[in-house]
Ligand binder design. Sequence first.
Ligand code: PAF
Length: 272
Amino acid sequence: MQVVDNLSALDRAKFGPIALVPTMGALHEGHARLIRQARTLTDAVLVSIFINPLQFENPSDLEKYPRTPEADSEKAEQAGAEVLWRPRYEEVYPRTIALQEVGAVASLYEGAARKGHFQGMLTVVKRLFDLVDPKWAIFGEKDFQQLFLVRRMVQDLELDIEIVAVPTVRESDGLAISSRNIRLSPNDRQVALVIWRALANASRMESIESMQNALDATLARESGFKRDYAVIIDEEDFSLATDDTKAKRALIAGWVNGVRLIDNMPMIGLAR
Ligand code: PAF
């Protein structure tokens, strides 16, 4: 694996079409899965690690964001990355930053909880696309609203990039893998499992009403979980799903002892 801090150090002629795996580092099994998925498409897998200041609402979150460069290199290489690119700020944002347009969906759910987050995220993703010019870009379903907004941007701007989605990676007990999980004590972790239970219970139901009731009732039984939202949306446009919606997905966000967690699951009776 080649590690570069500037794309000009890369002999692009050596590579065919590139699969880009954009990350902010602190790589875990979820990222490894994205890299392995990229590797099924091509050998030319480029992993970027850039902690994008624009998508943090407050400076202390940016400061506290985990930085694990050595472990990241090892994990990226083991998972099959060909190139690890750690751009400096000036390479990504060389001039005045032109913020990316975001649609109405960017102000819902995670966007309501984290003002400006999605505009910062889309701005950096567009810059990474411009710089790398990938054929594919790989994103996890764990951040489902992010995935939706990236797809929408690619459509709106008519970019010639295939967005590849990878299902959420879970621990054996169902907890979605996230870099935030290390901030959970063993007890917090038990509390956090209510999210998985709520999603699994809802996915066994037949109607929207019973799915929503299952989410609400399961979450209400765990007093340590401070719910932000628990909704079932239409994957096509993020409106609230009805019984007629073809692709329904439950989204949950909330707090466990000061740690904000999100998760989601397609409502297709998987756990039945
Ligand atoms: O999901 C992330 O890690 C980030 O939002 C991304 C896509 C790398 C953009 O900074």
